[in-house]
Design a binder for this molecule. Sequence first.
Ligand code: ZN
Length: 274
Amino acid sequence: MDLNTALRKLGGVAKLSELKRRGVTVGQVEAALARCEVLRLRKGWYSLTHISPIAKRAIIDRGLLTCVSAASELGWPYQRMEYHLRAPRPVEGVRTSCRRIAPSRAGANVGPIDVIEDYLHCQPPAWSLALVDFLTRQQGLSESQWRELESRVPQNQRQILNLRSGVPESPLESVFRYTLIKTRLRHEMQVKIGRYRVDFLINGKLVVETHGAEFHASHHAWEKDRERVLWLRSQGWDVIELTFKQVEDWGGLERLIRNALKNPRYRTRSFVGP
Ligand SMILES: [Zn+2]
């Protein structure tokens, strides 16, 4: 097997011994290094040139990316990009609180269940729910993997796992859903009104549309959103549109929502339950 193929199969990073096991010779590695086609990260560790800076750094620090760092590598949602590591010993200036690993495991891959376990342990509950909702929607874990995860985590984190739903379509919807559950505001999601499906209907009365930058930033999406809100209002519905920042700054928003629910001017329908 040639070096590039072997590295790609091993996730872009590998120990020389693993490469040798796949039939790569030391001569091939040295030639590729001379042509700048691979990187030597530390003694005996090689990678493709395009691996991410944090993956590179993890190898140098002799740790494994986990939690938000692993989530970012896997294309999973996370609130804030930080460098979180499973490492055999603390690394200066690095968040290694997400569990230590045995030195013998350094460089191995952290499995998805370990990553989620660390994430639940380390990140705010609303974001943990955003991750498990995302994985439910993507069918990222099998039923037996979910059960294994449930058996590993403490009660408060198991509650978050039990709330998981494949209905939310974005992390913002999951974060908002978590807040509504916590504050006991009755809500339905993805409710059909006319030809639209609205993100949330609170107490059968207040329509809430959440606008994460990734899906609503284009000019076309912006026009469509305005059109939809105008139509809903013309039908007598009270509508609020929320951004990430507004959802995270919950204090003032809760008052606004509770006041809106008391306003008799707008349309109501019976609450049909989640
Ligand atoms: Zn962490």
